[in-house]
Design a protein around this ligand. Sequence first.
Ligand SMILES: NC(=O)c1ccc[n+]([C@@H]2O[C@H](COP(=O)([O-])OP(=O)(O)OC[C@H]3O[C@@H](n4cnc5c(N)ncnc54)[C@H](O)[C@@H]3O)[C@@H](O)[C@H]2O)c1
Length: 321
Amino acid sequence: MTWLITGGAGYIGAHVARAMTDAGERVLALDDLSAGIPARLPADVPLVRGSSLDAGLLKRVLAEHGVTGVVHLAARKQVAESVARPTRYYQENVGGLATLLEAVAEAGIERFLFSSSAAVYGNPDVELITEDTPCGPVNPYGETKLTGEWLVRAAGQAHGISTVCLRYFNVAGAAAPELADTGVFNIVPMVFDRLTRDEAPRIFGDDYPTPDGTCIRDYIHVADLAEAHLAAARRLGDRSGDLTVNIGRGEGVSVREMVTVIGEVTGDRRPAVVEPRRPGDAPVSVASAARAAEELGWTARRGVREMIESAWQGWRTHHAG
Ligand SMILES: NC(=O)c1ccc[n+]([C@@H]2O[C@H](COP(=O)([O-])OP(=O)(O)OC[C@H]3O[C@@H](n4cnc5c(N)ncnc54)[C@H](O)[C@@H]3O)[C@@H](O)[C@H]2O)c1
């Protein structure tokens, strides 16, 4: 097998590339480097610089490298930017996927894994989100992921491609400092950023209907997530058809609890300031992890403290000096 990982120089893509090469798979990365960092990739993983929108390049790469399976992570992922620039998000996330699937079908590739997101659910009013919970994305980013899932399934059926859509919940941590997320788009780097600036962490709303009043999320260590990709890649070889799976721990952690652990790990325990709720934040978003265990034989092993400790090491490496 030779796997093409699109978005392979990204935060999650580089973790997936490492987990797959460590497991003995042959891997190749494609990335336009709009957000990727080539040095994240293992030395034995070739990087093709280019876009998932470039049909000619995709055709050439799939043929020249004898690609037999694709893990598609390349996408734009900022919710606020997707609200401001929806056409760009549909073009990159849906257009890029359509172009890639066309090339995959033409090349006769039979295995395809798609990076989806809990954003497809929107804000469902349930304690545990199962894969059968109705989807209702509340921003263009989530819409592009849901549309992407539909496209992946339809193309799979039309062209005999075995497909898996993984719906990631809140990803955090790093398997090594140099692989850490450099963006400041979710709670862990946002709190690190505040502390580094000598400012108090911010909590957006403490009047939600939850035990401590702050929002509850399901955090997943990126190294566990990478292992889930490996399990899914193997599953693609064993069975045909399509599968959609939540990737989370099935455990909720509140924003206030996260801020407390970040204080313990960084040694900076200054109290958070509470600001008004942000529009669109669901009170609770926690995955049912049952299908992943059943269908992929995969369960997350790492906890929140390990996520925050590894993310902090990564943050300090990237922000040294
Ligand atoms: N990080 C999260 O919490 C999270 C949660 C749910 C889903 N996801 C999904 O996981 C995937 C990876 O996310 P990430 O956190 O690693 O983000 P990231 O920005 O670090 O990685 C995305 C990579 O794709 C590349 N890229 C973007 N558009 C491209 C294109 N058209 N052609 C080629 N390369 C392109 C970027 O340069 C980057 O290296 C995305 O599809 C994202 O939507 C991420």
